[in-house]
Design a protein around this ligand. Structure first.
Ligand code: NHW
Ligand code: EN5
Length: 388
């Protein structure tokens, strides 16, 4: 069934629920001198390139490939439209390797036709903090699908990760492969219900009129919680402490230090938004919430071409109830012009989803580890990791 994935060091379906297999690395590292020194062979017309995401030209080429060929929903109505600024942010975290930003071009025309990336991350699984690659943005041009290019892309990124002496990876996908560590559900909270219905993202509920629907999703003009404000550079140490303390409870979670928090959570316009609650008495940071911006192209609509979506990222509540904190996140997202606020059922998100009028989407997200076995699948609430 999975001619490629059956050859890879990942949990196999036949081994599901076999407790005799040890947790941890599936295969040991090999000496670096034994890692293949040359790139894998591509079909004749194509060549590998390393993408320099510092340059505007390269960023634009990658942006266009993804905008036209990346992930769509199951009815092909929407396609992710990651912005250039988002791609630069996602691909250049602390300690990133340029060699992990991999493109495939047509030799003759130089046209970019495929892409895959990795970025380094420390991820804790149970008690072990493991150096991993987070793999994302795997994309093959629509006209080159089903030619088994994806396995070559995956083997090449694996080789380049190995060359940095890293032997594990984490990735998510909408499709089921051997074998998920967890299956998560997407939930959606309408902020601009009229537009969402007009573009076919959502439907008018049974026994609902447009005006009742608009009223149902109405939100206040500004956040409710006293001391709720945008995160600033000087907050990095306090947010790092808060987040590290919070993420300890999950079975799989990133191990963020201050550099990571500065990169991944300091607000960046139209890329990532972060807010915190500062106590008026102690000036302590007691609560934190964040979301990233990922618009989608609306594929065949007369009236609209884009959907502006916020995706729940990392949230921590110690004093403000999570429900109230996330309601404030919805309020600021609405105020900033987002059409919809999306979230997965990871971490403690279950406690606010239904209450804050999120509804389940038609999409799921599977989480995977490469070359690392966990003995049983995790519930979404045991996951403390959000990939972009
Ligand atoms: S998930 C988003 C993936 N991208 C898209 O869905 C964009 C639209 N689709 C495409 O561009 C986030 C193509 O359909 C792609 C497949 C390129 C997806 N992950 O070339 P063939 C990520 O980026 C397997 C992994 O003929 P294609 C995460 C499939 O099961 N494998 O197909 C990426 C089959 O193998 P099998 C996937 O449609 C994680 C083989 O590819 C997959 O022309 C990557 C068919 O290849 C997916 N999303 O191209 C893994 N989709 O065994 C990283 C299909 O079943 C692993 N396949 O025969 C770790 C590496 C690092 C390790 C370091 C130690
Ligand atoms: C790796 N970083 O299917 C990412 N999205 O539900 C790659 N559905 O937006 C993996 N089909 O349910 C990506 N509206 C996997 C996800 C791929 C994209 C995807 C789903 C997630 C989605 C929308 C639109 C469906 C359009 C028709 C959806 C219903 C919203 C409704 C709002 C009101 C309350 C009930 C729900």
């Amino acid at each position: 069934r999975h001619k490629f994935w059956e050859t890879q060091p990942v949990g196999q379906f036949k081994d599901l629920g076999n407790p005799s297999l040890p947790e941890g690395p599936i295969e040991p590292p090999t000496p670096l001198s034994e890692v293949k020194q040359e790139p894998y062979n591509l079909p004749g017309p194509y060549e590998w390139i390393t993408c320099d995401m510092d340059t505007e030209e390269m960023c634009s080429e990658v942006y266009s490939l993804l905008a036209n060929n990346y992930v769509e929903d199951d009815e092909n109505m929407f396609r992710f439209n990651y912005s250039k600024g988002f791609l630069q942010w996602a691909l250049r975290p602390p300690g990133y390797y340029r060699s992990w930003h991999i493109g495939v071009r047509v030799k003759t025309s130089k046209k970019l036709v495929a892409f895959i990336t990795g970025v380094p991350a420390r991820i804790r699984a149970k008690d072990a903090v493991v150096n991993m690659a987070e793999i994302n943005f795997l994309c093959v041009h629509k006209k080159l699908r089903s030619k088994r290019l994806a396995p070559v892309m995956i083997k090449e990124v694996t080789r380049r990760v190995h060359l940095e002496n890293i032997w594990q990876a984490a990735y998510t996908a909408g499709v089921v492969l051997p074998t998920p560590i967890s299956t998560c559900q997407y939930w959606h909270r309408s902020l601009n219900p009229k537009k969402l219905i007009d573009v076919g993202f959502s439907r008018l509920g049974a026994r609902m009129t447009m005006s009742r629907t608009i009223k149902l999703y109405k939100l206040p003009d500004s956040p409710i919680t006293p001391g709720f404000r945008k995160m600033e550079l000087h907050d990095v140490p306090a947010v790092t402490r808060l987040l590290r303390g919070y993420l300890k409870q999950f079975i799989v979670a990133p191990d963020f230090d201050e550099n990571d928090v500065e990169h991944w959570l300091l607000p960046k316009e139209d890329v990532v938004d972060s807010f915190l609650v500062e106590s008026s008495e102690t000036h302590d940071v007691t609560d934190f919430c964040s979301f990233y911006t990922l618009p989608s192209t609306v594929i065949g609509n007369q009236n609209y071409s884009n959907l502006k979506a916020a995706y729940s990222y990392y949230n921590v509540s110690t004093k403000t109830p999570l429900l109230q904190l996330m309601n404030d996140a919805l309020i600021v997202a609405k105020k900033k012009g987002y059409d919809v606020f999306n979230a997965l059922d990871v971490m403690e998100n279950e406690v606010f989803l239904k209450e804050l009028k999120f509804g389940p989407g038609d999409g799921q997200l599977q989480y995977y580890l490469y070359n690392y076995r966990l003995n049983q699948a995790l519930g979404p609430s045991e996951l403390g990791l959000v990939l972009l």
